[in-house]
Design a protein around this ligand. Structure first.
Ligand code: NAD
Ligand code: ZN
Length: 621
């Protein structure tokens, strides 16, 4: 008999979207569930069935088996049925994706019913557990089941069943648990049957089987799982996973607690080609020529600060229908702006361009990355804001920074203001194919701008080095960048040439440091400022960072010395005249950035960082 487990996994759960991709002690919830299921040794195969490429990739990445479901499904059983339709299997057990502590005991019980003498009568098996608490018995969210003397289900209901007219009779109440072991035929019948009226009225899937005359054998199981339904559940689950926590419900804890041995490490791309050196920009044509495709132009996206700089422009050798587009960075990049660039390029040329070359500060770096992605991915730019939502490889793209500090020349993300939030397109296809680091391009930057963008690098390092996500990889890059920043901004020993070269490398190292960790509180708060007030990234970080002594004492003290040394004024009272609504949306944007807070304050950050706390911090700025 071939027995498999299927874990239906929807990405966009209504109550807690993206919950299956949340971190649970170093691995995602879905990977935890998958591994716990495999570990029971009860199955010939274990699959995750999902509608989400993100989850699909996540499971593949950990060496697991995943299936993309093609169709929209109303329920998990349909999703599983589609996946097993052409598989040669006998029994299929569904395991809930959000139950990372799935216990062997429960799964074993539901499978054991097929070993009994009445096995031939069973179409599917499921679990129930006795409940005694009246509140639970009366709770319509708790589905009750009644059974005959052989434990075949008679009915499932959200009402308390049976109704106890005679209080002298002892009755037991059982709660239904959504774990099933289906015979393949029963599952396929379910898939093809119309919804029954009892099923529709009670909103209980398994009534469809009873209405169709099928036999559901119930087994009793008393283990309690921890379902992850809310962010609070996740905090609890993380607590359970802490090393040293004693397991009380399943043997899987023991294996899950071997945290470091099982940790899933991120596998991220780096820029494959990079040139560094004074004047290396002159090699641009030599780099591009072999990449050029017939008739397909290179599109140069250039900060419009260079528009009237003839000497600079003459260094770019244009051929055929290559195009220069000068872009204002007076405002930070927006998803809408990317949509427009992409539409223009597509309507002007019949072919996709040979490549996109971005020349400018962090804003242009991000615009170039985003445009190159959207040229090969349909839909709107905002569809791709988030982690790993990009499906197709971007077209060839080159980054040539003319301002140092953001690290965006090396990072895996592009930061964009979208209709709902400021968030990056973070994907394996985002990083540049080629970067040209020529410190001479940063000559002539106004002092304030040099400082603000340089401080972005410094703040990246402080946030990464003080974060809970820090590992040796991040630390080694972060420390180097931190030291370079101190040398550049606090010492007097460097020539201007050296200072520019060092800041360029500090930016690179700072970017590498956060590639494997995360930024923190300054960035979360600065994103809120930028979203509501349009405050630019570098200055926004500086405005915020001054007020973060409590969290980053050493970094903030050094920052204040830097401000003093370079006589930089930071605006005050910028939140003073905000309406309550504006302040609220600022807080919403800041609070939506879970990974940043978690890096800064740990998994229980929500107990530390409240709306009120953030409000009072904004009001100081
Ligand atoms: P920027 O690109 O917005 O440029 C700031 C100003 O400097 C502009 O007025 C620009 O015209 C001018 N400028 C650029 N190069 C110049 C030069 N050589 N000479 C004179 N003036 C020059 O600023 P930035 O601080 O480099 O970048 C900020 C952006 O980077 C923000 O949009 C932020 O969200 C983004 N960012 C992205 C990442 C990432 O990982 N992708 C990380 C941090 C920041
Ligand atoms: Zn930054």
């Amino acid at each position: 008999m071939k027995i498999i487990a299927m874990i239906p996994a929807r990405y966009g759960a209504t109550r807690f979207p993206g919950k299956l991709m949340q971190d649970l002690a170093g691995k995602t919830v879905i990977v935890r569930t998958y591994e716990a299921t495999v570990k029971t040794n009860l199955f010939d195969d274990v699959y995750v069935v999902t509608d989400s490429e993100i989850i699909f990739k996540e499971i593949e990445l950990c060496g697991g088996k995943a299936i993309m479901s093609k169709k929209e499904h109303e329920c998990g059983s349909d999703r599983i049925a589609e996946a097993v339709e052409y598989m040669d299997v006998d029994i299929i057990v569904n395991v809930q994706g959000d139950e990372p502590f799935t216990s062997k005991e429960g799964l074993e019980k539901v499978l054991n019913v097929y070993k009994g003498n009445d096995a031939h009568k069973i179409d599917l098996a499921s679990l129930m557990t006795e409940i005694k608490n009246w509140e639970e018995i009366n709770d319509p969210n708790c589905v009750k089941v009644i059974v005959d003397k052989e434990n075949f289900a008679l009915y499932f209901s959200r009402s308390p069943i049976p109704f106890q007219r005679d209080e002298n009779i002892i009755v037991k109440y059982y709660k239904h648990k959504g774990i099933y072991a289906f015979r393949k035929k029963a599952l396929m019948d379910f898939y093809h049957l119309p919804k029954g009226s009892l099923e529709a009225a009670e909103k209980i899937e398994c009534l469809r089987y009873l209405e169709d005359g099928k036999n559901i054998k119930m087994a009793i199981s008393n283990t309690k799982g921890i379902e992850i339904d809310t962010p609070e559940d996740l905090v609890k689950a993380n607590e359970v996973m802490r090393p040293g926590t004693v397991s009380n419900s399943s043997e899987n804890f023991e294996f899950l607690n071997k945290k470091t041995a099982n940790k899933m490490y991120r596998n991220f791309p780096m820029v494959p080609k990079i040139i560094f050196g004074h004047g290396c920009f002159s090699q641009l044509s030599a780099i591009l020529n072999p990449i050029r495709k017939n008739n397909a132009p290179f599109i140069f996206l250039i900060d419009d600060v260079f528009k009237n700089n003839q000497t600079f422009i003459e260094q770019i050798e244009l051929r055929n229908n290559d195009k220069l587009l000068f872009i204002s960075t007076a405002e930070e990049p927006k998803t809408k702006q990317i949509d427009l660039f992409v539409d223009d390029i597509k309507s002007e040329f019949n072919h996709l361009p040979s490549g996109i070359i971005g020349i400018g500060g962090g804003s242009i770096m991000d615009i170039a990355k985003a445009v190159s992605i959207l040229l090969t991915n349909t839909g709107n730019t905002s569809d791709y804001q988030g982690w790993d939502l990009v499906k197709n490889k971007a077209i060839y793209h080159v980054g040539i920074p003319t301002l140092s500090g953001t690290g965006s020349e090396v990072s895996r993300t592009t930061v964009l203001n979208g209709p709902e939030r400021k968030l990056g397109i973070n994907s394996d296809f985002t990083p540049f194919d080629q970067v040209i680091l020529d410190p001479d391009l940063t000559i002539g930057i106004p002092k304030e701008q040099w400082f603000y963008t340089g401080m972005d690098c410094f703040i990246h390092c402080v946030e990464s080095l003080n974060g809970t996500f820090l590992n040796t990889f991040s630390q080694s890059y972060g420390e180097k960048a931190f030291d370079l920043c101190k040398e550049i901004f606090l010492e007097n020993s460097l020539t201007e040439n050296d200072s520019r070269a060092k800041l360029m490398m500090a930016s690179w190292h700072g970017g590498m440091s956060i590639a494997y960790s995360q930024v923190g509180i300054a960035h979360a708060l600065s994103y809120g400022l930028s979203y509501v007030l349009g405050t630019k990234h570098g200055i926004g970080n500086c405005i915020v960072f001054r007020h973060l002594e409590e969290y980053y004492p050493e970094g903030v003290a050094l920052f204040k010395q830097m401000l003093e040394k370079h006589q930089i004024d930071i605006p005050n009272d910028i939140c003073k005249n905000l309406t309550p609504g504006q302040l609220d949306s600022m807080i919403d944007v800041a609070l939506s950035l879970d990974p940043l807070w978690e890096n800064a304050l740990g998994v229980e950050w929500k107990t530390i960082m409240t709306r009120e706390k953030i409000r009072s911090m904004y009001l100081k700025m």
